[in-house]
Design a protein around this ligand. Sequence first.
Ligand code: COA
Length: 260
Amino acid sequence: MSYNNILSEQNNAITTITINRPSKLNALNSETIAELHDAFAKANEDTATKVIILTGSGEKAFVAGADISEFADFDVAQGANLARQGQESLFDFVENLSTPVIAAVNGFALGGGLELAMSAHFRIASDNARMGLPEVSLGVIPGYGGTQRLPQLIGKGRAMEMIMTAGMIDANTALEYGLINHLVTQEELLPLAEKLGSKIIRNSSVAIATAISALNAGFKEGLDGYEAEIEAFGKCFGTADFTEGTTAFLEKRKADFPGK
Ligand code: COA
């Protein structure tokens, strides 16, 4: 698939996916969502990719939301379908990838943009970032998982306030809320994402993938996170990475994980 709205580049085991519609503040139209699905799927299948960084192009926006011009005339069934398809193909898909995804939020992350950042495994931001779920100001609600992931990340009361007021929070508030893990300047943002990525790369990719699924299990209806952890923990003992990691420790050398 060739891309019109995104860029995907692999370097040193890190694939950086950049949403590249700066004239529309990187708003997510259906074509961009399909391209993102394709790029994430390919990066996840690529054994040379150990970490994925997601960011927006330009200095102003990560993603300013779902593309409002595409759904303004939708009816009830089309609205439900938009949310379902988007959640399945991109937002849930990203959250459940076995490769770690870091969102590097470089400006506005609004509506579907914040929902996409929240689907990533964690977030960092530059000091010009502004985050919000402004959907109720348009007569709609967040439909790409925002009503679920925002309270998971910042607590129910704060999420209620952000969603009801449709307001934006600045990067300092996002840091205080725990919505982002680190706050830096725009110039420092991608270098920090790469630095964090390079720390992740040193570890067992199989164990990391297993940890992602155990962590996510605790937030899924009908799944017992503790039970999922026990099973996932046990599975690790059958991997070549476990053999290498424990052997290297006992031999007082650096582990060279086979990734299996
Ligand atoms: N959907 C479609 N187009 C969007 C968009 C979105 N979510 N967000 C921005 N754009 C487009 C604008 O229509 C404009 O296009 P144009 O130049 O062809 O008119 C372009 O991006 C630049 O945006 P503009 O509004 O001129 O920039 P600004 O600096 O004045 O304002 C925002 C920035 C983010 C405050 C403003 O664009 C905004 O409120 N966007 C919508 C945010 C939103 O409600 N998102 C949730 C959607 S569910």
